[in-house]
Design a protein around this ligand. Sequence first.
Ligand SMILES: [Fe+2]
Ligand SMILES: [Fe+2]
Length: 167
Amino acid sequence: MGEMAKKIVKTDLEHLLKVLNEAYAEEWLAYYQYWIAAKVAMGLNRTAVVGEFEEHAAEELKHADWLADRIIQLGGAPILSPSEWDNMAHCKYITPHNFDVVALVRDNLEAERCAIGRYEGICDLTHNSDYETFRLSRKILKEEIEHEQEMEDFMADFETAKQYIKA
Ligand SMILES: [Fe+2]
Ligand SMILES: [Fe+2]
């Protein structure tokens, strides 16, 4: 990291790098959670749900990319072995056991809520001490909030469809 760039980070760098690497691990797991869900999904409104899963997968991967760049900028190294992802992540990968879109959307909704908490935490940690990481975590937080909304919208659609089926 550049000399001046380092000077303006007024937080415990080791702790910050640990937290950023946890988020980095979570993004890879979130990417795979959506990617595999898009492959195995079946049931109601499948095409629309799969399209959204694929879009979200691409965005989670982009988040991992942004985090890796920031970790390197701060003088750290992104986790080098995928075998560490699960250990490092607090937002855990949820193995899909039920391939119905309703179950898959529910799994991803849970994952998004965890991600929102993760970026709230990084925002809290950096808002007064590391402007660039704060900007990045707010940018990711904005997208996780949109992801949660889109998963909630699908859940609402499933509820509506159930009413039609009953009628
Ligand atoms: Fe993400
Ligand atoms: Fe997300």
